[in-house]
Design a protein around this ligand. Structure first.
Ligand SMILES: *Cc1c(COP(=O)(O)O)cnc(C)c1O
Length: 345
């Protein structure tokens, strides 16, 4: 097997959902957009359903298909992007619940699927998705008469607990929704950790389920072990890889490893990331290429058959820092080429 091994701990995903659920006294949904943050929406959703999740969110209607297939009828699958032109059949046939984001989407939904469940997304200051104050003021009455499943909004700065945007958006959400009888939701992973005031009736964690910050106590979910294809001895002063960007300063042993930017080891990691052989850190040297990286294993006691890039010594967040990005991007960039193994404990 010459591709990298991606091991996904479904028990850790279940435990993370339960731990986030235990932080609130309200219902906890599960966000499985972007193919379950790159880890396989079907498998992930099934594990979360077994852990107790009954409500799921995806980004776009197309993503609802794999989740509905995995879960069967029953669990509610909601779509953040709402009811887009061309979504009507998918929403109906897969029993997906669009979170309507604009007066235009409300009209489209009421015209094409008048008896089909829907929710509403409000914009409370992030200026990304959801109805603005004026739209909402004009359409709230007919919308509420049609009994939405949920009224939700999203926090822009929830990963920074002291950010003034958090109480600001909380206040706007209250002003826009106080007095309605529909269940409300404001918190993703960061919002769960901000405390009770942010929980409303339903929370929507994503990244915390998959072992990422800001859920500091998350159990790690993904592990990646990369096969070493060959190891060579270099004299002092030899160069490695495209652009000759790295040169040895001592005699070195360099391992060529079977993964590259096509596998989500983004090029930005060139010369910055670290791989691990048991407890021994081994620096990635030279440029990341499409299918290969080169790693300095001079300090290893023995020749590694595999090097670990995500595992016990390095979380997705540790690796993301080496690349100037976030754990979310590391996971969702991983790509299709790994041999994937799902484990339960
Ligand atoms: C992605 C997303 C979530 C989940 O966010 P995490 O930070 O991954 O917990 C929740 N709600 C909305 C609207 C989202 O786009």
């Amino acid at each position: 097997m010459s591709t990298g091994h991606l091991t996904i701990d479904l028990s850790a995903i279940a435990a993370n959902w339960q731990a986030l659920d235990a932080k609130t006294s309200v219902e906890t949904a599960a966000v499985v957009k972007a193919d379950g943050y790159g880890l396989g929406a079907g498998r992930v959703a099934k594990a979360l359903a077994n852990a107790g999740a009954r409500k799921f969110f995806v980004a776009v209607a197309e993503e609802g298909s794999a989740v509905r297939t995995a879960l069967g009828p029953g669990p509610e699958i909601s779509v953040f992007s709402g009811h887009m032109d061309g979504d009507t059949e998918a929403l109906r046939d897969l029993a997906l619940t669009p979170m309507l984001n604009s007066a235009q989407q409300v009209k489209r939904h009421f015209d094409t699927l008048p008896d089909h469940p829907f929710g509403v997304q409000l914009d409370t200051g992030m200026n990304r998705l959801g109805m603005e104050w004026d739209d909402w003021a004009e359409t709230a009455e007919p919308i509420m008469r049609a009994k939405p499943t949920l009224v939700m909004s999203h926090l822009a700065c929830a990963d920074e607990p002291d950010h003034p945007m958090n109480p600001y958006q909380l206040d706007v959400f209250h002003q826009m929704t106080d007095g309605i009888s529909t269940p409300r939701s404001l918190a993703a992973t960061g919002g769960v950790l901000l405390g009770t005031k942010y929980h409303f009736d339903l929370t929507r964690p994503g990244i915390g389920l998959y072992g990422g910050a800001p859920f500091a106590n998350a159990q790690p979910v993904a592990r990646i072990d990369l096969p070493v294809i060959q190891i060579r001895n270099l004299a002092e002063g030899e160069v490695v890889g495209y652009g000759n960007s790295w040169q040895t300063e001592r005699p070195a042993r360099i391992a060529t490893v079977a993964a590259g930017y096509a596998d989500g080891l983004i090029r930005q990691m060139s010369g910055k990331a670290t791989l691990w052989h048991d407890g021994q850190p081994c620096p990635l040297v030279g440029r990341v290429s499409m299918d290969l990286i080169t790693v300095d294993v001079t300090d290893c006691d023995d020749d590694p058959a595999f090097l670990t890039i995500i595992g016990p010594h390095q979380s997705i967040d540790d690796l993301s820092r080496a690349a100037g990005t976030i754990g979310y991007e590391i996971l969702t960039s991983l790509g299709r080429r790994y041999s994937r193994r799902y484990t339960t404990r």
